[in-house]
Design a protein around this ligand. Structure first.
Ligand code: GLC
Length: 848
């Protein structure tokens, strides 16, 4: 019904993806015995080549060398020599490569950079990686090691019993990938349009062939830079093995040193790039649905937000705004005067994002088709004819087939990039790229035939090689188009399909999820895994896309999504209304409160997103990233951290009277009440038990919940930067900055970042970074705030230091007692006019 008239093919392709794929994958089986794998045998002594060593024999060629001081790289190709060294994932501004220390012996050779080393035995050729302390972090399985079968290459590595494996990008299931399989096979990398996927569907839309292993609190990463279909088996084929490989191309992988899991994410993103700093409005609330047309309906939604005082920044237009589903057009019967509409919405504080799919219809006289055809921009079949497929334009009158730009051709990217300008010039704020797996409705495999030709950045190839980067290169073209058209503004691009490294160009949402509790629950590990894999700007359809949520599900989903980097409600065509007010009065009140919380916390949210753009460490992060020494955190994925300080434990059930929350070691504060939850008592070492050192452990608390409750905790020493509620981000200038400080006996320091929120001026130093420091000693809390570094001056405002302390506490600024007020139960405010200079504050809690 939804996909008229090519519903059959789409369903068939989904059927094929779910049912037939396991069998396809069996032909790429990971089993050595059945697939005729040949493992590497003896290789003669290597030659030095570049900053590494080159081995070769009649089985193939292997190079191992240094990528940088913390990353070593392996390249292997069977039966031949290594080809072009090209990557769609690596960022051009990655650190310069270094020369490793090299030793070549008769039986083994070694390479060493400051962060890790590799030893290579020559007979048989096997590689072992060690960290700086000499611990083995990654080693080839002695029996299998690197192997090949035809063009397929694979490496088997040992997987110690105590290793946990995370990452692999957009994947269903649990946070720890170990021992699990999805979709009846291993984890596969093959971008797929998976309408109404479930927790077992694999692969889905995005491919990030990167994982992190953590063992005894020490982590390292592995990134397979190969765009062909690849498969990862994480202790499933055999509990003691992890293996990965691709069906063609080089086995080209990087081993990334830790030991802290944050180091691994930082170094992986140093290699593949980090999210660009989002405009602040993109961190507000987004409202979308498939079906906001005509203009009057969109305007009603806009007016309802403002009348009901539910904050929102962005409204989205799905495919029906276009004329006959033609990219870069407007249906003038539905949207008569887009520039006027955009102006008027802008006056209400709304931005509008429009969808642009990669499949213009075949239609002479439609300028995009004509230009693309004349410029040779569309992909062609092996026989040289234009490739056409069935996508949305098949639903136009008359129905039309579509062509697909070749985004792996630099000229085509430049052409497509240039098409956005007219949209941006009339005020469209950002672009949504969808269906770019690419989805092709009438093909049995759901995408292009494998022999369709692509430029592949100057080395022509077929679809097998570029399929996984088609969406990534589309979002790159979009990003570059927006940069060129609006050089002073930060682009916002959302994509459905992408590949490792695409985080530089776009945010991601997790496609066509479903309105059920399993998707709310499963969305958390999925987004956490994406954050660990470079995609720290991601979200899912709040409320679920397919079907309609119960009122409670929508509210609970919105509560969790306050702490998803990207927060957008979206739903399918003809589902029930899915706006925050669509669920009756009680839920409307709750949904307002939830979205207000997002806006109150925007300073903290923006601060952490800025850090993610600078360091790669995601703002929405698994517990183990903050508490790697705490075994309970290693597989805990029904709760998560926002930044270093906030612990979020959303309610994930329709009927819930209480929620169990795990609080790692240390004192915590209940955000809602300011009440302190003292640390659990350390476990005493048992006499004579050498391994059981006195441990500091966490605790599980069970909290009663109502529909209003979002269990939220802040660790001692934490800082939360907040502001009064606004209806949209355009209203923030001049509002007080509320700095919530959660005292600790240990000194703690956090930086806080601000800028104009919208332009590129920050890249030239127009920001204000301040350091906040606090320490509690006895009953006295000391707070020091630095002045700004950077040239940006926020508008004049007050600084409100908000503390979870007794109302009798006395505050002193530079030694002089100052007034305190209580505006929030459980907290005390000290208000200081903010001159953006250093401030020193002391709060004495003794006398009461
Ligand atoms: C795809 C997208 C969905 C969108 C729809 C129509 O299913 O995933 O978000 O609403 O297409 O464009």
């Amino acid at each position: 019904m939804l996909h008229r008239p090519f519903v059959q093919p789409l369903r068939v392709s989904l059927f094929l993806a779910r049912i037939a794929l396991p069998f396809v994958c069996i032909s790429l089986s990971t089993s050595v015995a059945s697939a005729g794998w040949a493992s590497l045998g003896e290789m003669p002594k290597p030659k030095a080549q570049g900053n590494g060593l080159l081995f070769s024999n009649d089985q193939g060629t292997l190079w191992i060398g240094a990528e940088n001081k913390n990353v070593l790289r392996v390249r292997f190709i069977s039966k031949g020599t290594l080809g072009r060294d090209h990557s769609y994932a690596l960022t051009a501004d990655r650190p310069k490569s270094v020369m490793p220390e090299i030793q070549v012996g008769q039986d083994q050779s070694s390479l060493k950079v400051s962060g890790l080393s590799a030893t290579i035995t020559h007979n048989p050729l096997r590689i072992t990686f060690k960290d700086v302390a000499g611990n083995v972090i990654d080693e080839d399985d002695a029996e299998r090691g690197i192997a090949f079968a035809g063009t397929t290459t694979r490496v088997w590595k040992t997987l110690p019993d105590d290793a946990h494996v995370y990452g692999l990008g957009e994947k269903g299931g649990r946070l720890d990938k170990r021992g699990r399989q999805l979709g009846g096979t291993t984890y596969a990398m093959w971008n797929s349009d998976t309408f109404a996927y479930d927790s077992d569907t694999d692969p889905i839309y995005v491919s990030v062939p990167f994982y992190m292993v953590m063992r005894k609190s020490r982590a390292h990463g592995v990134f397979l830079d190969n765009t062909f279909r690849s498969l990862f088996d994480v202790g499933h084929e055999s509990q003691r093995l992890l293996s990965f490989g691709a069906e063609n191309g080089e086995l080209n992988y990087y081993v990334i040193a830790g030991p802290h899991p944050k180091d691994v994410v930082a170094r992986y993103t140093e290699l593949t790039g980090r999210i660009s700093l989002p405009p602040r409005w993109a961190l507000g609330f987004h409202q979308s649905r498939w079906g906001y047309w005509p203009e009057s309906r969109l305007r009603l939604v806009a007016n309802s937000f403002r009348e009901k005082k539910i904050p929102a920044d962005v409204l989205w237009l799905d495919i029906d705004y276009q004329d006959g589903f033609k990219p870069f057009t407007w249906d003038k019967a539905r949207f008569a005067d887009p520039p006027r509409m955009l102006r008027e919405l802008s006056a209400q504080g709304f931005r509008v994002i429009t969808i642009v799919d990669p499949h213009p219809p075949v239609q002479k006289g439609y300028s995009i088709y004509d230009q693309g055809e004349a410029g040779g921009h569309f992909v062609r079949n092996a026989d040289g004819t234009l490739f056409t497929g069935a996508v949305w334009p098949m639903r136009a009158m008359p129905p039309r087939r579509s062509v697909y730009p070749d985004f792996t051709n630099a000229k085509t990217r430049a052409w497509w990039a240039g098409l956005y300008k007219p949209f941006l010039d009339i005020g469209v704020a950002g672009i949504w790229n969808d269906m770019n797996e690419p989805a092709v409705g009438d093909q049995a495999n759901g995408t292009m035939p494998f022999d369709v030709r692509h430029d592949n950045d100057g080395q022509p190839s077929d679809h097998r090689e570029v399929h996984n980067v088609y969406g990534q290169q589309m979002s790159r073209a979009t990003y570059e188009g927006i940069r060129a058209a609006k050089p002073n503004l930060r682009p916002f691009v959302l994509t459905r399909a992408t590949f490792a490294g695409g985080q530089k160009w776009s945010a991601v949402w997790t496609g066509d999820n479903q309105s059920d509790w399993a998707h709310l629950r499963g969305g958390i590990p999925m987004l956490l895994g994406m954050g660990l894999s470079g995609y720290s700007f991601a979200g899912n359809d709040v409320g679920g896309f397919v079907d309609s949520p119960t009122p409670t599900l929508f509210t609970r989903w919105a509560q969790a999504a306050v702490f998803f980097p990207f927060m957008r409600a979206h739903t399918t065509r003809r589902s029930l209304d899915q706006e925050p007010w669509s669920y009756g009065v009680v839920n409307e009140v709750e949904n307002r409160k939830v979205i207000e919380l997002r806006y109150r916390l925007l300073p903290t949210i923006y601060n952490e997103m800025q850090k993610a753009s600078e360091t790669g460490v995601p703002a929405m992060r698994p517990l183990f990233l903050e508490f790697p020494d705490d075994p309970t955190s290693w597989d805990r994925d029904d709760q998560f951290m926002w930044g270093p300080d906030m612990l979020v434990a959303p309610v994930l059930k329709e009927v819930a009277l209480e929620r169990e929350v795990y609080l790692p070691a240390g004192n915590w504060y209940d955000f809602a009440t300011g009440a302190m939850i003292p640390a659990a008592q350390p476990v005493e070492a048992k006499a004579g038990d050498e391994t059981a050192l006195a441990q500091v452990v966490g605790q599980t608390v069970t909290v009663p919940v109502t529909i209003s409750t979002l269990p939220l905790y802040v660790r001692e020493g934490g800082f939360v930067f907040s502001q009064p509620v606004v209806q949209h981000t355009g209203q923030m200038a001049g509002l007080p900055l509320q700095v919530m400080i959660f005292p600790s006996q240990k000194e703690s320091t956090r930086t806080f970042y601000e800028d104009d929120g919208e332009t590129m001026a920050y890249s030239k130093g127009a920001y204000c970074k301040r350091t906040f420091r606090s320490v509690q000693s006895g009953d006295s809390l000391k707070v020091a705030v630095s002045g700004c570094t950077g040239s940006y001056k926020p508008a004049a405002r007050d600084l409100v230091i908000r503390l979870p302390v007794n109302q009798n506490a006395r505050a002193f600024i530079s030694g002089n007692q100052t007034k305190t007020t209580r505006t929030t139960p459980g907290y005390l405010d000290v208000v200081v006019p903010d001159k953006f200079n250093a401030i020193e504050l002391r709060v004495d809690q003794a006398s009461h």
